[in-house]
Design a protein around this ligand. Structure first.
Ligand code: ZN
Length: 241
């Protein structure tokens, strides 16, 4: 099987369109989405409809549940909060209903999908370093776990009780190891690379790669400004921060 796995689209239609085009040439069997379809950007409804068609499995992000009124936004920063309130005004009842029914975790024998962490997934905590990755992997039952949430692509692996951060963004997996993969963000990357990120997981080749694709950031930026959303949510896209 060849999976395309992506996260944190954040209502950025141009970015998800670019990823959709890029994976057309990848012989993909199934697309999996790790949540945060909405929030920050100006095309929530369009992104929900697109991802519903594109992905066979979708798990919930904190912004998805927040937009559906199912997650407390008092701890969100001011920009995220404004964007959630805007999103709630700009999606339909059906779309809210769809978001509120997204599950926190999806698991097969081979892999687990969640937005933030397996430790109280409903709290949407972050995996930001080896220690947190190790704690997550302690309760990870499957060889692979794919996450998003931090918008920073990372690959962690365990071997002989060590947790290492892979330097390469393309790895060949070894049996017996556990892997925790942050697939980065489609619609609002924060690792200094403004291109949309997505992951290809090839189970027969035993490879995992994090890939990047350019999209029309100016167009997305103009839409965010025209919608009256906070300007910083538009300009940060050029920096990938
Ligand atoms: Zn996010």
């Amino acid at each position: 099987m060849r999976y395309a796995i992506f996260a944190d689209v954040h209502s950025n239609l141009e970015a998800i369109n670019a990823v959709e085009n890029a994976i057309k040439g990848e012989r993909i069997d199934e697309c999996l989405c790790l949540g945060d379809i909405v929030g920050y950007g100006a095309n929530p409804g369009e992104c929900i409809e697109k991802i519903k068609r594109l992905a066979s499995i979708i798990v919930a992000g904190n912004h998805d549940w927040a937009a559906a009124g199912k997650f407390d936004i008092s701890y969100f920063n001011i920009y995220a909060k404004k964007a959630i309130l805007w999103t709630q005004q700009n999606i339909t009842k059906e779309e809210k209903n769809f978001l509120s029914h997204l599950p926190l975790i999806y698991e097969t024998q081979l892999f687990t999908l969640t937005h933030g962490t397996l430790i109280h997934p409903e709290d949407f905590g972050y995996v930001l370093n080896n220690v947190m990755a190790g704690k997550n992997m302690q309760i990870q039952k499957t060889p692979f776990c794919f996450i998003g949430h931090s918008h920073m692509p990372e690959i962690y692996k365990t071997g002989e009780n060590l947790v290492l951060r892979e330097k390469s963004r393309e790895i060949v997996v070894k049996e017996g190891n556990k892997y925790l993969i942050n697939v980065g963000s489609v619609g609002q990357p924060r690792d200094g690379d403004p291109r949309a990120a997505y992951c290809i997981f090839d189970t027969s080749e035993g490879t995992i790669s994090i890939k990047r694709v350019e999209y029309n950031i100016s167009k997305t930026c103009d839409k965010i400004l025209a919608a009256g959303l906070p300007q910083t949510l538009a300009y940060r896209l050029f920096e990938g921060r």
